[in-house]
Design a protein. Structure first.
Length: 297
């Protein structure tokens, strides 16, 4: 009996060694060592992942990848995609391998029940493989980019009206209703190789000197100043990404600016800016090039 027990132990050890040899790097096509998932003697991996989701080409540009499984037979591999906000959905199930796949941003939106407005540049989508409904460790990420080209006017006629905010800027609130009118210029900056939707705003003081001025002329009316050193300065920029306006950076005093109530009416663009110090202004910009503003928001 002792001999039989020893033989049984030896047989079990041989089987264990054989099973270990059937998974992992011994399978061809596991392109990302350590990322493949082993289940029931089958190695599952993601191959040839290439591409990004493009907000400007949501229905055209696709991400390519291959679902691969080597070893023992399985019923199928489901591919699920998840947005950073938690919305998740299925991109389908592969039952034969290798299975070359492609997915566009619109496909991901349909799977997760989201809309294009819910997505922002830089969102990282998670793609996971599931077997029999169970998550695996095989996954990859898809970045969200845009090839959107900004098309804001270079020169326009500006009107800035000081608005009281009830904050720390008492002098500012005391000048509520004061108006400045004059030329406003959008000076295009290079944001990245595929998108130049970042601008320095320039206005003119009483001497017709062009000055960097993210207040769009409102500081002239709010404080009666026309010196560059008295304007917000800092690294403040107007940003236009996928027709969404925002102000990035901070002033020389550390103030952060925001934009709201954006309205486009043909050649006229209006909005309100405020900052966390307690200043704000209503801005109206009228293009003088005969063109309408794009559908900004």
């Amino acid at each position: 009996m002792k001999i039989l027990n020893n033989l049984s132990i030896l047989f079990a050890a041989i089987m264990a060694i054989t099973m270990v040899g059937c998974v992992g790097s011994d399978f061809e096509g596991t392109e990302f060592p350590g990322n493949e998932f082993t289940v029931e003697g089958t190695a599952i991996s993601a191959l040839g992942v290439a591409g990004d989701f493009d907000i400007g080409k949501a229905d055209v540009q696709s991400v390519n990848y291959t679902v691969n499984a080597r070893g023992g037979a399985i019923s199928g591999v489901e591919v699920r995609v998840t947005h950073p906000n938690g919305s998740s959905g299925s991109l389908g199930t592969s039952t034969s391998f290798p299975d070359a796949k492609s997915v566009s941003l619109n496909d991901a939106l349909a799977a997760t029940g989201m809309a294009i407005d819910d997505v922002a540049v830089g969102d990282m989508w998670l793609v996971e493989y599931l077997v029999d409904g169970n998550p695996t460790t095989t996954s990859f990420s898809i970045n969200t980019v845009t090839t959107f080209k900004s098309a804001l006017a270079g020169l326009c006629a500006g009107k800035a009206t000081v608005t009281a905010q009830g904050g720390a800027a008492g002098t500012w609130d005391g000048n509520a209703g004061m108006v400045w009118e004059g030329p406003v210029t959008f000076v295009r900056q290079q944001l990245n190789p595929n998108d130049d939707g970042e601008y320095i705003i320039s206005t003119q003081n009483g001497a017709a000197d062009p000055l960097d001025d993210i207040s769009f002329g409102a500081y002239y009316a709010g404080y009666g100043t026309d010196a560059q050193g008295s304007l917000p300065n800092g690294d403040l920029r107007l940003r236009d990404i996928d027709n969404k306006l925002s102000i990035t950076g901070a002033s020389q005093w550390g103030e952060v600016f925001s934009i709201e109530n954006v309205v486009v009416d043909g050649a006229t663009l209006s909005f309100k800016w405020t900052n966390d110090y307690g200043e704000g202004a209503e801005i109206v910009l009228t293009r003088d090039d005969g063109e309408d503003w794009p559908p900004l928001n």
